[in-house]
Every structure is written in C-alpha cells, then in structure tokens.
Design a protein around this ligand. Structure first.
Ligand code: NAD
Length: 449
C-alpha cells in the first residue's frame, strides 16, 4: 500500500520505517528541511535502537523516501498519517497548530479519496476539527474530494519503539466508517499475525483511550512517589513496599518504581492536556491535578536532598550527574528530571559534570557551552574531582559500577540516587553516604505524640 506520514519525529519516523519494512511504499513529509536532508542520506536524527538499520535498508529497497513537499505527500498515499507534535500550549492544553496545519495542507492538495489517520496524541474532538479544516480548505479552493478521518493513537515507547510497533499490545482504531476500519485492518495485518490485536471503536473513545493510558501510568508513578516520600518519614523502605504490593497480580510490578519524577514528551504534557480539556467541559479532575503536582514536586526531591545534605551551602560544589535522557535507551531530554536538577544546581551556584550514553548531543543542543557544565566522555570521567554523584537515569551501565573506583574519584563518597539502583546497606559497607528515594530514615521525623 502507499502511505504518507506527516512528521518524521519519534512516532512518524518509526511508523514510516516499520510500514516500509513490511513492504509498503512510504513517503515521509517533514517541514524541518535539515531533518529531511539527513533522512535522505539515511541518517537518523534521533537515537532509537534498531532504527538506523531499518532506515538504511528500506531507503535502499526503494520503499521509503522523504520530502518537505506537502503536495507530493498528499498525492502519494491513500493513507495520510498525521504524526506531528502536539506540545503543551501556554495553559498546558495541547497545541493543535501543527495537526491543523497538516489538515490544511491535505485540504489544499487532495484530489482523490484519502484516509486521514491521526496518530498524534490529540484531545477528544480533534478528528472533527481536522475534518472541518480539510472541508473548509477544499471549499475555499472550490474543489471537492472524498476523505475519512480516523483516530489511530500510538502507544510505542521511546527506547523500544521499533519492537513496540512491530509487536503491538493493541492497535486502537477509532472510525465511524466500517470500510476504513477494514482498510486499516489490512494495513496493520502484518503486525497482528498471531492474534487480532486491533480494537475498533468510535473516534472519540479512541482519542480518549490514548490519554487514559498515559494518565493511568503517570498516576501509578506519582502514587509510588508520594508513598516513597511518606516511607522516608515513617522510616520504611519503599523498595520493600514495592515488592510487597507488586506481587499482587491486581497491582503488578510495572510502573510502580519510585524515583525522581517522570519526564519525556508524553506523560507530563498528556496528563496536563487531559486535565485542561476536562476544564473545557467544566469538569473538575482533581486526581489528574494531583498526579501532575506530585510529579512537579518530585522532580525537585533530589536537589532538596543535596541541599539538605550541604545545609543549604551548595554554592561551589561540583556534582557528577549520571543520566541526562528522561529514561534509558533514548536521547530524548524533553521534560527530563535531569533538567530540573541541573537548573536548580546551577541556580544555587553548583557545577555539573554530566554523562549519558546517548543524550550528550541533546544536552549540548539545549544548554550550549557554559562554565558550570562539563559533558564528560564516560561515567568515570564525570566523577573525577566531583563532590558527589547524582543518578537521574537508570541506564544499565550504571547498575553495577566499580564502587572502590568511584570512591577514589569523588572528593567525598556521597551518592544521591534518584532511581534506587543500589542497596543502601551494601553501599554503607563501602563507606558511602547514600541517599535513595523513599529508603527510610533519610528524613528523620519522629512520630507525632
Ligand atoms: N514520542 C513518543 O514516545 C510518543 C508516543 C506516542 C505518541 N506520541 C505522540 O505522537 C505525536 C508526535 O510525537 P513525536 O515525539 O514523534 O514528536 P517530534 O517532536 O519528535 O516530531 C514531530 C515532527 O513533526 C514535524 N512537523 C511539525 N509540523 C509539521 C507539518 N506541518 N508537516 C510535517 N511535519 C511537521 C516536526 O518538524 C517534527 O519533526 C505527539 O502527539 C505525541 O504526543 C509520542
């Protein structure tokens, strides 16, 4: 089949590459000329395991190409995927400018039947807005063409995006037209060979499903972070509590890791956008507000621990930072907890020596050269001469380090672990002062009388 995909970011590019890999002819359209030029050369602008290889292979096979010309895109595919960004607007609601710009481009160039498939995460009602935009643009041109607008939210996880796309848990399709449902079934068939994973529903339910999934996952994290903060005060170890509750199959082990807050391009903005859209309907969503507030505060917890340790005298200290990406296996630093920590440290007059296996170029792009920021070439190099280590991303390579070597490099054996990678008792044996998240007694509070 012939597909066009608007937006060559994490979602659009992975979608394009995976559809090409199973034999479709895919044209990816992006407004970013620099990105398009890179992609045409077979270079991926993002880090995603397995992406480079599939990108090069499918370009070479003639099934995958790139352009910045929207007209060419609209002409190419029966399916017109929208996979552009929906960043937060000033008030936290989803900014629909890019989605509607694609709708307008489709309206300007459409001349025969097209299925417009919205893969971006968008508020309920967006399919109607996209439909209205295309129709109005067609009318303004004095032209007519048939089209359907379908919601097909994406659930891939950065860091495992190719695997998620190739073997999805589910494919959600929201459509009011059974015929487009059948066409999408045929398109997705190669990814659902062993059993049917497609759930077809009405458009509005599909749009809400995506927000519901992310809000539920974010809720689990904020819940655990709140309990971790309580555990510190009551002298309990949240890691033991985590195992204790995760063993209940109704709760499960996933997404109940306490830490220094969730980041990334999805959870923070999607929880906010859902809460803001509830407001549009004059509906109060206190749980979503709490999830967001708990997370915002949680991103400050590591800095507070550092500041408390130094009795507020953080100025002049050098902190080694392990991890910049918002989670392992990606270079994405959008809303990353590392950013909140670094910015607080800088504001307090501290220096940062950071290392991340893949996100260094992204950190450089965001912060540029500054005297209080060193990008070290390795985890070890980040430690050299630093006063303490802070861990923000749970990369595999940080899990089992040479503790003796670490102690020798740091001016003081001091670790602030935002991901609970180590056993506090074990580190104590090595002579470290160790602060985790929710690991008991790090905030000494006596039981109220
Ligand atoms: N990143 C994820 O893990 C993930 C997962 C599921 C869903 N989503 C959702 O998918 C959407 C895309 O996210 P992303 O992370 O891929 O975004 P991204 O920022 O990585 O990529 C968006 C791309 O769209 C391009 N673009 C903007 N306007 C355009 C236009 N008019 N025509 C063509 N291209 C245009 C941009 O240049 C950019 O390359 C968002 O709604 C996001 O919430 C993201």
């Amino acid at each position: 089949m012939r597909l066009t995909i608007f937006g060559s970011g994490y979602v659009g590019l992975v979608t394009g590459v995976c559809f090409a890999e199973v034999g479709n002819h895919v044209l990816c359209v992006d407004v970013d000329e620099r990105k398009v030029a890179m992609l045409k050369r077979g270079e991926s602008p993002i880090y995603e395991p397995g992406l480079d290889e599939l990108l090069k292979k499918n370009i070479a096979a003639g099934r995958l190409s790139f352009t910045s010309d929207a007209a060419e895109g609209v002409k190419h595919g029966l399916f017109q995927f929208i996979a552009v960004g929906t960043p937060p607007d000033e008030d936290g609601s989803a900014d629909m400018r890019y989605v509607l710009a694609v709708a307008e481009a489709i309206g300007q160039h459409i001349s025969e039947y097209r299925i417009v498939v919205d893969k971006s995460t968008v508020p309920v009602g967006t399919a109607d807005r996209v439909k209205a935009k295309i129709a109005a643009t067609l009318r303004a041109r004095g032209a007519a063409a048939e089209f359907d607008v379908v919601s097909n939210p994406e659930f891939l996880k950065e860091g495992a995006a190719i695997a998620d796309f190739m073997k999805p848990d589910r494919i959600i399709v929201g459509t009011d037209n059974p015929r487009t449902g059948e066409l999408l079934k045929a398109l997705y068939d190669p990814f659902t060979r062993n059993h049917d994973r497609m759930i077809v529903m009405d458009v509005r339910s599909a749009e809400l499903t995506k927000y519901a999934a992310n809000a539920m996952l974010a809720t689990k994290i904020s819940f655990m972070n709140e309990l971790a903060n309580l555990a510190e005060r009551v002298g309990a170890d949240i890691e033991k509590v985590r195992r204790g509750i995760g063993s209940d199959p109704r709760i499960g082990y996933q997404f109940i890791y306490p830490g220094c807050g969730y980041g990334g391009s999805c959870f923070p903005k999607d929880v906010q956008a859902l809460e803001r859209s509830a407001r549009d309907y004059k509906f109060d969503a206190p749980l979503l507000q709490a999830v967001e507030n708990v997370n915002r505060k949680q991103k400050e917890v590591l800095f507070q621990k550092i500041s408390r340790h130094y009795a507020g005298e953080v100025r002049g200290k050098t902190i080694a930072l392990w991890g910049l990406a918002f989670k392992p296996n990606t270079d994405d630093m959008r809303e990353a907890p590392s950013r909140s920590l670094m910015e607080s440290l800088w504001q307090a007059g501290a220096k940062v020596r950071a290392y991340d296996p893949v996100a260094m170029h992204e950190a450089k792009r965001i912060y540029g050269d500054r005297p209080d920021f060193v990008l070290a070439k390795s985890a070890d190099e980040a430690l050299a001469g630093a006063d303490a280590l802070a861990i923000v991303t749970e990369w595999q390579e940080f899990r089992s380090p040479d503790f003796d070597g670490m102690r020798a490099k740091l001016t003081q054996p001091l670790i602030f672990d935002g991901r609970n990678l180590y056993d506090p008792a074990f580190l104590k044996q090595f002579g470290f002062i160790y602060y985790g998240i929710g690991r008991g007694a790090s905030v000494a509070v006596s039981i109220p009388a």
